[in-house]
Design a protein around this ligand. Structure first.
Ligand SMILES: Nc1nc2c(c(=O)[nH]1)N[C@H]1C(S)=C(S)[C@@H](COP(=O)(O)OP(=O)(O)OC[C@H]3O[C@@H](n4cnc5c(=O)[nH]c(N)nc54)[C@H](O)[C@@H]3O)O[C@H]1N2
Ligand SMILES: Nc1nc2c(c(=O)[nH]1)N[C@H]1C(S)=C(S)[C@@H](COP(=O)(O)OP(=O)(O)OC[C@H]3O[C@@H](n4cnc5c(=O)[nH]c(N)nc54)[C@H](O)[C@@H]3O)O[C@H]1N2
Ligand SMILES: [Mo]
Length: 707
């Protein structure tokens, strides 16, 4: 390599919403980044990056970047803008916010998710600003809140097995997870286990890239995992395959669980799940008798009406067979709760002065069109919802770190909301997304190479620092800086609005949590990452110590009972299924799921030429039986529709999709598709039982060939 006096190497962290949160090494020459690589010394990154971030420079130096502030000069949605100065942009926002706040600041709505997972650019100055303003709060439910709530009910906290131990397992259940696409740094560990003789089983309605490479693929109907887990427990308890000592010492409610699972014999659950009875029985026996056995549970299975309870139910399995005893046993959903970073110091909830309402981000279509979705539950915990008028209506929305027009469910409603002429919309973005097209003011955002941040992860146990490698491109600014400037214009004089990004990082890592002891800014600056203060062979629940109210793994949950929800695991069916919604199913007999496409990261990367080229165009995978019934042949263009909307795709006739289920890998930018629509035109704003999350994979549709 050419040497130069200005060559430098900068340590960073991948900002994207993925369990792997890789350690990055960026080489900069004369102020320009010339390569971004995975750190070789970081144990889980292991010197390689995914297909997307491998080409991060394409993103950073893309000619599509938003380079300066702009104001809308065309119709909403058309995306026609004119360049303005930062001063004009900030003054316009402040003037609008001040006018609305005089009536009621709760009519101002922040909307953000995990465009960057960094704590500084994701949940610090922004939170402070909206708290001080008195804006409505946002319930961030678009991704993981059902699973988190379900797991919490059983285990207590998002904490589980160290992913670095997977290579030692003898049996790995990959349950509702597409590891090769969405968690690729775990895959080498799984392959190592397989080489050492472990069996790998995928439980997924779709033969994903991952399922294809497993020793066995079990394909239940979407949203029936809770029933499957109950039947497994039925077999395990009936055949006395439990770890009686572990159950006795470290669990709560075993006798009640034993009674409950009697209601779920494999013969009955075979019908619910669409699996053979023998498959269920064999799975239960193999799981209970292979040691250590581990479950990689992920979010695919929780995007259904009963998704929270399903995760709670599956999370009972490891305690029943005592697999938490082994560092390579137990289960991994998310490691995020292990961190204990000082998010309160960053977000400063004490600045809230007006008990503002909370808007659920998964029902943003309702909110922007004047309604609040209110949930109620039957005795088992199955959710139903009513719409109530929203008062005051949302008069301004500030979108950052998210692209709701593309990624939020029930697009027609979302777009109807963003289309409102009386809605003042700010979008802070790296690119001119589907959402940006509706902005009154569009602000340019920096990428990770241009900003400071500190990261935790949800798929490993390291804190990472991100140092800026290059100067901001164009007039782009980081989120934290824009909220500092806005705070100044709003007249917010509290000292906390002056904190620099480095000061925010220090506040984040200054935490009384014992697992954060030893995490230090100097070391992070030097090395880029540090392991949490946990043992090398981390086995958090080997001897109980569950962070639940009882300190035990809660088969019985008093907390759920108090909320009027079934305190025991129970099967809650999806809202839209052929079995449970027969009337709807007569019109719309196929379940559609839309998990991530390999080369996209939600809707990120879905605008960049090489990634779009790799995915080609929107596809619909459909089983030969379902295709045959509709006269659909491989390569035909089809229309996927229900009462909420429709989108178009090219059919791939394949048995990767089980019959009754069609699969549309996502999330495409609407404006880059032939019909201007994507899978979220058919998804619903219905919420999950626990965690009030989105139910992206709980939709019935019909398919028709386009003529
Ligand atoms: N390349 C890439 N990586 C990503 C993302 C991305 O968009 N692209 N997104 C990131 C984000 S934000 C998240 S939350 C994670 C998501 O990644 P995962 O947690 O792995 O979740 P999904 O990809 O939604 O679904 C995983 C698998 O679950 C299956 N599935 C769907 N419904 C069910 C069900 O009812 N039961 C069972 N057992 N399986 C079901 C799907 O077919 C899919 O193959 O990945 C992250 N990583
Ligand atoms: N049909 C369907 N819909 C889905 C899903 C699905 O599986 N199927 N998955 C769901 C899931 S799991 C999730 S998590 C959500 C994700 O939804 P989002 O969190 O909205 O994720 P992205 O679509 O990646 O959009 C993030 C945006 O943030 C921008 N961004 C990145 N960094 C910064 C920054 O530093 N500052 C600012 N201001 N902007 C930045 C990016 O350019 C990008 O446009 O989508 C959900 N939607
Ligand atoms: Mo997500």
């Amino acid at each position: 390599m050419q040497t130069s006096s200005t060559l430098k190497v900068v340590r960073g962290a991948c900002p994207h919403d993925c369990p792997d949160t890789c350690a990055l090494v960026t080489t900069v020459m004369d102020g320009s980044a010339i390569s971004v690589k995975g750190a070789e010394d970081h144990p889980t990154t292991n010197g390689f990056l995914c297909t997307k971030v491998n080409r991060y420079l394409e993103r950073t130096y893309s000619p599509q970047r938003v380079l300066y502030p702009m104001k809308r000069v065309g119709e909403k949605g058309k995306g026609i803008f004119q360049r303005i100065t930062w001063d004009e942009a900030l003054d316009t926002i402040a003037a609008n916010f001040k006018a609305i706040a005089t009536d009621n600041p709760q009519a101002i709505q922040p909307y953000s998710y995990a465009g960057t997972m960094g704590l500084v650019q994701g949940e610090s100055m922004d939170r402070r600003f909206f708290h001080k303003l008195g804006a409505s709060l946002l319930e961030r439910t678009i991704c993981a809140s059902a699973g988190a709530a379900g797991y919490k009910a059983t285990i207590g906290l998002s904490m589980g097995t160290d992913p670095e131990r997977f290579n030692e397992a003898r049996l790995i259940l990959i349950w509702g997870s597409n590891v090769i696409t969405s968690n690729v740094h775990l895959w080498p560990k799984i392959l190592e286990a397989q080489r050492n003789g472990a069996r790998i089983i995928a439980i997924d309605p779709y033969r994903s890239l991952t399922a294809e490479k497993c020793d066995q693929h079990i394909a239940p109907l979407p949203g029936t995992d809770g029933a499957l887990a109950l039947a497994m427990m039925h077999v395990i308890i009936k055949e006395n395959l439990i770890d009686a000592d572990y159950v006795e010492k470290y669990t709560l409610g075993f006798e009640l669980l034993r009674e409950r699972v009697l209601e779920y014999p494999p013969s009955k659950v075979a019908k619910i799940t669409g699996l053979d009875e023998a498959t269920i029985v064999n799975l239960a026996r193999e799981y209970a008798t292979t040691k250590p056995s581990i479950i990689r549970l992920n979010y695919g299975m929780q995007r259904h009406a009963g998704g929270g309870m399903a995760v709670r139910t599956v999370a009972c399995l490891p305690a029943l067979i005592g697999s938490w005893r082994d560092a390579a046993g137990g289960m991994l959903l998310s490691t995020s709760g292990t961190f204990g970073m000082n998010t309160t110091a960053l977000a400063r909830p004490d600045l809230i002065w007006n008990s503002p309402r909370t808007i659920n981000m998964s029902a943003i279509g309702d909110a922007l069109t004047g309604f609040q979705r209110v949930q109620s539950f039957n005795a088992k915990g199955a959710p139903t919802e009513t719409l109530e008028p929203l008062d005051p209506p949302v008069r301004a929305i500030y979108v950052y770190n998210s692209n709701p027009v593309a990624i939020a469910p029930d697009s027609r409603k979302v777009i109807a909301g963003f289309q409102r002429d009386d809605l003042f919309t700010v979008v802070h973005e790296i690119f001119q997304t589907d959402t940006a097209d509706y902005a009154d003011i569009l602000l340019p955002a920096t990428t990770q190479l241009e900003q400071w941040d500190v990261h935790r992860a949800y798929g490993h146990l390291y804190v990472l620092l991100n140092q800026p490698a290059i100067a901001p491109i164009g007039e782009a600014k980081p989120n934290s800086e824009v909220f500092r400037l806005l705070a100044e214009r709003m007249g917010f004089t509290d000292d906390c609005f002056k904190d620099s990004d480095e000061e925010l990082i220090l506040q984040a890592i200054t935490s009384p949590n014992p697992r954060m002891q030893g995490i230090a800014l100097e070391e992070l600056k030097e090395k880029g990452w540090q392991r949490l203060n946990v043992p090398e062979r981390f086995a958090p629940f080997a001897e109980g110590n569950f962070p639940t109210p009882s300190g035990k793994c809660e088969f019985f949950s008093e907390t759920l009972a108090k909320q009027g929800i079934d305190p025991l695991p129970v099967y809650i069916a999806p809202r839209e299924t052929v079995q449970d919604a027969p009337q709807l199913a007569r019109k719309y007999p196929l379940a559609v799921i839309s998990p991530p496409a390999h080369n996209f990261l939600n809707s990120s990367f879905a605008n960049l030429p090489s990634f779009v080229k790799a995915e080609k165009e929107p596809h619909l995978d459909i089983h030969p039986n379902d295709a045959g019934l509709r006269g659909i042949k491989d390569g035909d263009r089809v229309r996927i529709f229900n009462d909420r909307g429709e989108f178009h795709a090219k059919a791939r006739v394949t048995d990767k999709a089980r019959s009754g289920v069609v699969v549309a890998l996502s999330v495409w930018w609407k404006k880059l598709t032939s019909d201007g629509c994507n899978a979220n035109d058919v998804t619903s704003q219905g919420l999950t039982d626990l965690g009030a999350a989105a139910t992206f994979y709980d939709s019935l549709v019909e398919i028709e060939k386009l003529w």
